[in-house]
Design a protein around this ligand. Structure first.
Ligand code: CO
Length: 137
């Protein structure tokens, strides 16, 4: 059901300050920069083999990443698993006792269908499921 780690989400205060580290120091390929209005973020996606790292800045202090930065500072924000069917993965997790943030999938970076499990029921790691959407490149 889970096929791979799709991406790791990293929260930073200023995307433009963080990009040179991933691109120049680590030498990763920058696949693109995208704003996701619904999540109030701007994200740079770096390819790491079959997975990516999504480096995110908040576009609004009241967004989820803005609140995370206030509380925790910069750092790893979430772990995302690729699944064949995000809706099925969410309902299965709920059935098995996990608390959901998203009862049904919504649209994330690259048009993927995504949904989050609450970190209180995942031992502190905000966990995301992602299914490739129609807009995926
Ligand atoms: Co994500």
């Amino acid at each position: 059901m889970i096929r791979k780690i799709q991406h790791i989400g990293v929260a930073v205060r200023k995307l433009d300050d963080a990009i040179p580290f991933y691109r120049d120091v680590l030498g990763l390929e920058l696949a693109g920069i995208e704003e996701v209005a619904e999540q109030k973020i701007r994200a740079a996606v770096f390819r790491v083999g079959e997975s990516t790292i999504e480096v995110m800045e908040s576009t609004s202090p009241d967004g989820p990443v803005g609140k995370f930065l206030d509380k925790n500072g910069e750092g790893i924000h979430h772990l995302c698993f690729m699944v064949d069917d995000a809706a099925a993965a969410l309902s299965r997790a709920k059935e098995k006792g996990a608390r959901l943030i998203d009862e049904t999938p919504r649209v994330g970076v690259h048009g993927m269908r995504i949904g989050f499990l609450h970190p209180k029921s995942t031992f502190g790691v905000l966990t995301e499921f992602a299914q490739e959407g129609d807009g995926h490149q």
